[in-house]
Design a protein around this ligand. Sequence first.
Ligand code: 2P0
Length: 363
Amino acid sequence: MSSEKNNYINPHLRFKDQVPEGTTGWQSPSNIALIKYWGKRAVQLPMNPSVSFTLSKSATRTTVHYKPAAKKESTIAFYFEGERNLTFEQKTIAFFKNLHSVFPFLSQMDFEIRSENSFPHSAGIASSASGMSALAMALCDLERTFFGTLDTDEAFLQKASYIARLGSGSACRSVYGGVALWGKTDRLQDSSDEFAVPVPKIHPLFRHYRDYILIVDPHKKKVSSRAGHELMKTNPFAPARFKQANQNLAILLKALETGDTDTFTDITELEALTLHAMMMTSQPSYMLMKPATVSIIEKIRDFRNRTGIPVAFTLDAGPNIHMLFPEENEESIKEFIRTELSAYVTPDSVIADRVGNGPQKTE
Ligand code: 2P0
């Protein structure tokens, strides 16, 4: 399959006659990277391939109401959780402008976009992956509905992934349920830097894996991911990191296929700590982990050694902990959180999520 640049430029996707009015709605989940994307080039192209679990509960629901543009310049009004949100609005206006050669019909329409997250507003969970993938699904849905293109699931999801990537790199992985891989690698045929692909060979154990997200600190982080990616351009350890990510990816894919939870745990934790090591060794250096993050990591490792339960931690670009473990250990993990982690998290700062099935059409 081709992964050439500008693959999707299509001047025919314009209304010749009447511009329609209507609504489309999509719900799309967040994802948690196991092999981390950290460092990019050009327009959101990754420096190394990444792999993630698509989540289930942590999702964004977006409805897009469209109608013929009233004026020469098309308009967008963006409402987040019921209120007009000018920050998201400006971002969406810029995003749509960049998409005009891919979806020329966008300039013929006015949009009212309403978006809400299923996870608590103050959870400190990045919503760019779920938000951008939901929007990408909605835009591809418009193309399919009005132009009859994207008529196979594969074509539809590949384009949605490509569009989501332009909005936010990690968002391109959220269009597939289960496990998704983004970035060219000889370990998976048809993989591409331009869009994510599903990872087909996954042991059933991992298809049902749990991800309990412990919200250690809900505040907005001080250094954005965008700035973090940028700092990889001057990080002296970056070349070694990109090489290591490829090696870790090969080992992890094998573990995911065979159901090897020990290797999964080793690699997943190494990736999480390496991601944060890259932040700590950037210039300027910074740290997103909190004291509680480190304490919980120690408790998890101690619990695993004591009980043999294969619970692993991973981290996003923030202080919150994702606890990854098999479905059959759910009760033991709940008990562990209640008895040993109560100093760090309350019951309502835990999101009990799991590997999910990907986006759904809601309207
Ligand atoms: C990931 N993260 O693979 C990595 C690991 C966070 C930790 O990609 O600038 O919001 O929009 O491409 O996707 C977070 O960065 O960055 C991220 P952009 P994004 O999930």
